[in-house]
Design a binder for this molecule. Structure first.
Ligand code: OAD
Ligand code: ZN
Length: 247
């Protein structure tokens, strides 16, 4: 079966890298982007240029962000996160590359130095001008008390959630770390991503071209299924729990 094949591949690998998307967090109550019913399908995402140019767009972005936070808050790592944390703890997985901004890999016990957040982190905000970190409770208090978007307390610059928007440059260090992990692995596991957003979705291709085995665990089809050594179209929590090596 697929589970047996996955178990064999996990056992045979020396360096496993996980590449995760929103599908690993759906069992934790965090919605993904492209499955039917996703709240993200209701609105066009606010692009970076628009966010910078328009205070109205910034207000709308914060309104949506805080509404989503009310759904996220209290989310706990799921079985998928836990299975990956075990592989990391066993020394079999040098790193987790994630597109997720929910912080659940950290919460599952993976050391933050072994997590690469390609799309940033949604649990705090930063000033785009001076880089100062702003805590969300504070930003939210100011957002709720004003009809102007919160600005930097130090330089009055534009404050934004520490996530990457469409149209915004990718985080350089994260990209380099992801590339290094990808080139050093012999098994690359895609978990819960539709693989349609670039440049993130180029890492599985790079891994495969570099000679690693490629496994895709995802309920729906992806554009990279044909280049994978194994595709498992099933529930992530179930698959990773069943395929996990003992101890
Ligand atoms: P998507 O919503 O595009 O894809 C999530 C995938 O997970 C879907 O293909 C689902 O079939 C699958 N899935 C959901 N729950 C599952 C489960 N329990 N078991 C198995 N499969 C499941 O999310 P991402 O690929 O992560 O970027 O999206 C990529 C990027 O698009 C995000 O990082 C975000 C978004 O726009 C930015 O905001 C820049
Ligand atoms: Zn500033």
């Amino acid at each position: 079966t697929d589970i047996l094949a996955l178990q064999r591949m996990l056992a045979a690998a020396d360096a496993i890298v996980a590449f995760t998307g929103a599908g690993i967090s759906t069992e934790c109550g965090v919605p993904d982007f492209r499955s039917p019913g996703s709240p993200w399908l209701k609105n066009q995402p606010i692009e970076f240029g628009e966010f910078l140019a328009s205070p109205t767009a910034r207000m709308e972005a914060w309104r949506r962000k805080f509404a989503m936070d009310d759904i996220y808050s209290g989310a706990q790592p799921g079985r998928g996160h836990q299975a990956l944390a075990r592989l990391v703890a066993q020394g079999r997985m040098p790193g987790v590359i994630t597109q997720n901004i929910d912080g659940l890999h950290q919460a599952s016990g993976v050391p933050s130095g072994q997590i690469v957040e390609l799309h940033g982190n949604g649990t705090y905000a930063t000033c785009l001008d001076c880089g100062l970190r702003h805590e969300l409770v504070e930003v939210r208090r100011r957002f709720e008390g004003s009809n102007q978007p919160p600005s930097c307390v130090s330089c009055d610059g534009v404050v934004k959630s520490a996530t990457i928007s469409f149209g915004q440059a990718m985080p350089e260090r994260a990209m380099l770390k992801a590339q290094a992990l990808t080139l050093a692995c012999d098994l690359f596991l895609v978990i819960g991503s539709s693989l349609v957003v670039q440049p993130a979705a180029s890492f599985p291709v790079l891994a495969r071209r570099n000679g690693a085995k490629l496994v895709i665990i995802n309920r729906d089809e992806t554009p990279l299924d044909t280049m994978a050594d194994l595709v498992v179209n099933d529930d992530i929590g179930d698959v990773l729990t069943r395929a996990s090596l003992p101890g």
